[in-house]
Write a protein that binds this ligand. Structure first.
Ligand SMILES: NC(=O)c1ccc[n+]([C@@H]2O[C@H](COP(=O)([O-])OP(=O)(O)OC[C@H]3O[C@@H](n4cnc5c(N)ncnc54)[C@H](O)[C@@H]3O)[C@@H](O)[C@H]2O)c1
Length: 283
């Protein structure tokens, strides 16, 4: 996309989590006559979904093209049901071959390329802020995976850079791009539920078995979770035995205890916390 048409690109990438737009949604982007050229920084598991989508858009004749890939790992063509992951399998999937400027282990090389309009950052979390800031500095728009950054200070630095460079930045928290959240925000900001006294949120992902629970929960593990909450030693012991007999590993047990413990601690904090009832709601 030429530099003289930033508005179209802004509309496209600013409208939602662009990488997760449906083909139908993309077709509605007004005035997207030129191709949006995408460089992928980090071509592991998550990036494959983005590559799939951009390839599909391109195949469908949409004005978008995968033009560059970066990963520090050569890759493995067998992973991900043989789609492959890493640098060279991803380059192949994007149709880019033998071009060291567009297939690189150094993301700064990709950022130097004038024919890259936007980068899709799907590296491990600690790289997100650095790469996003460098990409904006190089004049690229940015789609970055969640979590946006590791720290609040990093997030502020990314926002600051976006404002200074006037680049479009989208963070891939797809559910947060749902219009429901903005509607809820506007509803609350308009004072429709009165003075908000408390908001509650929680976060837990400190797991030794990885970011996702790849294994199915058995009903024995759910019994175990309940008995941990009830603090019944006999039940915990018997349900551990039951869950183990259905395949629960030590790692899974540790994770279950941690998750249930966190939930219980959270509930204890909240239980008993009373907000004064608004006059309007008193019987
Ligand atoms: N939006 C979502 O629903 C969603 C889903 C899964 C993962 N994610 C996020 O996406 C990111 C990637 O997750 P993943 O599961 O694909 O991990 P992954 O480990 O499969 O992929 C990360 C890739 O980045 C590469 N990499 C590491 N350092 C690099 C560097 N300096 N330069 C270039 N490449 C580098 C790795 O070699 C690897 O191939 C994480 O931040 C994760 O939280 C988001």
């Amino acid at each position: 996309m030429p530099a003289n048409s930033p508005l179209d690109r802004r509309k496209f990438f600013g409208s939602a989590a662009a990488m997760s737009l449906s083909a139908a949604g993309y077709a509605n982007v007004p005035g997207s006559n030129d191709r949006v050229r995408v460089g992928f920084l980090g071509c592991g598991g998550r990036a494959q979904a983005h590559i799939d989508l951009i390839n599909r858009f391109a195949r469908d004749g949409k004005a978008v093209a995968p033009v560059a890939v970066c990963d520090v790992w050569d890759g493995d063509a067998e992973l991900g049901n043989k789609k492959g992951r890493g640098l060279y399998p991803s380059a192949k999937r994007c149709g880019i071959s033998d071009d060291k400027k567009h297939v690189s282990k150094n993301y700064l090389t990709i950022l130097e390329q004038k024919d890259v309009d936007v980068v899709c950052i799907a590296t491990p979390d600690h790289w997100h802020a650095r790469m996003a800031i460098d990409a904006m500095h190089a004049g690229k728009d940015v789609y970055m995976e969640k979590p946006m950054t590791r720290t609040i200070a990093e997030a502020i630095a990314v926002v600051d850079k976006a404002q200074k460079t006037n680049r479009v930045v989208t963070v891939g928290v797809q559910s947060m791009a749902d219009p429901t959240w903005r509607a809820a925000h506007e509803y609350i900001a308009a004072g429709n539920i009165g003075k908000v006294m408390q908001g509650q949120t929680s976060y837990f992902r400190n797991s030794s078995v990885g970011q996702w629970r790849y294994y199915p929960l058995t009903k024995e593990m759910i019994y175990l979770a309940v008995s941990i909450s009830n603090q019944c030693d006999y039940c915990v012991a018997s349900h551990i035995a039951g869950a183990r007999s259905k395949g629960m590993t030590d790692e899974q047990l540790k994770e279950l205890i941690a998750v249930v413990g966190f939930a219980n601690a959270n509930n204890r904090i909240v239980a008993g916390y009373q907000v004064e009832i608004d006059e309007r709601f008193k019987p």
